[in-house]
Ligand binder design. Structure first.
Ligand code: ZN
Length: 304
């Protein structure tokens, strides 16, 4: 995989600075990203060796602890994919500990994951017995038979060339294939409101987060890489907690409490039969540019 875009090709107004990095609203790419962009070697080093051991030491244990909530989120997304495609072959890029793959298998999907982190890969293969390659994804590494769906959950913000990644994933999909992409929603109206009140720009985190998407720019990059967006939604706008005085920024303990409240909120609505209302609330969040994450479903655009 080579980085086809050189630093000189990127231009646009500076949105934020952190250390040696600037985040520019890149007019060439159509989304905000850091400059300079680290080399692919640096990024590979981060994700093969360091990420789950040094950056997120308790990540896998935490995911397991919150498995019920993760499964409910994943079941919802898989349900959307099942309504959009006929077949049940799924590719996941950046499959982490493998819970999404396992949830898909339980619904009858045949799956293939790619995960560069050794620890996450070891967990997904040896504990969960999921078919995962311990490598960065390239389309040459998939088998010849194309996939019906692809899932990229919290991947595109980490890699130096998300355009190339989406083009490669599209090549692995059937002509009617559908992708689901989830990325953090950054420089959102609620984040900007908090920043104006003196909060730091905590979401700016190079070199771990290189790219900074909004609902609009996620739609743009999908269209640019040969997809037609079917639907978009958001996840819970966590920033509301800080706006209400429950400031989780830089405080992991409060952060865990806020996350738990969000999980309880979702579970309560589902338990009392208000699942549809919750979905509509999150769709409205997307409309107003908020929600902690952007979620998009898009079909291969054969006209592109
Ligand atoms: Zn750019």
């Amino acid at each position: 995989m080579s980085n086809t875009l050189t630093t000189a090709a990127h231009y646009g107004p500076c949105l934020a600075r952190k250390g040696d990095y600037e985040i520019i609203d890149c007019q060439a790419c159509g989304f905000a990203h850091s400059t300079p962009l680290p080399t692919e070697d640096t990024v590979e080093q981060i994700y093969t060796a360091e990420y789950y051991s040094a950056v997120k030491p308790e990540y896998i244990a935490l995911v397991e602890k919150e498995r019920t909530w993760h499964e409910s989120v994943f079941n919802e997304r898989l349900g959307v994919l099942e309504g959009a495609v006929q077949g049940r072959r799924l590719l996941e890029v950046g499959s982490g500990p493998g819970i999404f793959l396992q949830t898909a298998v339980s619904r009858g999907w045949t799956v293939q994951g790619f995960e560069p982190s050794r620890e996450a890969w070891a967990y997904s293969t040896k504990v969960l017995h999921m078919p995962v390659e311990n490598t960065f994804f390239t389309h040459e590494k998939t088998q010849n038979e194309p996939f019906d769906s692809a899932y990229l959950g919290l991947v595109l913000e980490h890699i130096p060339n998300p355009i190339q990644m989406l083009e490669n994933v599209r090549r692995c999909l059937k002509p009617e294939g559908v992708i689901c992409v989830v990325v953090p929603n950054d420089f959102s109206p609620l984040q900007r409101a908090l920043h104006e009140q003196g909060f730091p720009e905590w979401w700016v985190a190079p070199p771990h987060h290189l790219n900074y998407f909004t609902h609009e720019s996620l739609k743009r990059i999908l269209e640019r890489t040969g997809f037609a967006v079917i639907s978009q939604t958001a996840t819970f706008p966590l920033e509301i907690f800080s706006l209400l005085g429950m400031n989780y920024i830089g405080n992991d303990e409060v952060g865990r409490k806020c996350h738990q409240l969000r999980c309880d909120f979702e579970k309560t609505l589902d338990d009392v039969g208000l699942h549809q209302m919750r979905q509509e609330i999150y769709a409205l969040c997307q409309k107003y540019g908020i929600g902690r994450e952007c979620v998009a479903y898009a079909r291969v655009n054969n006209i592109a």
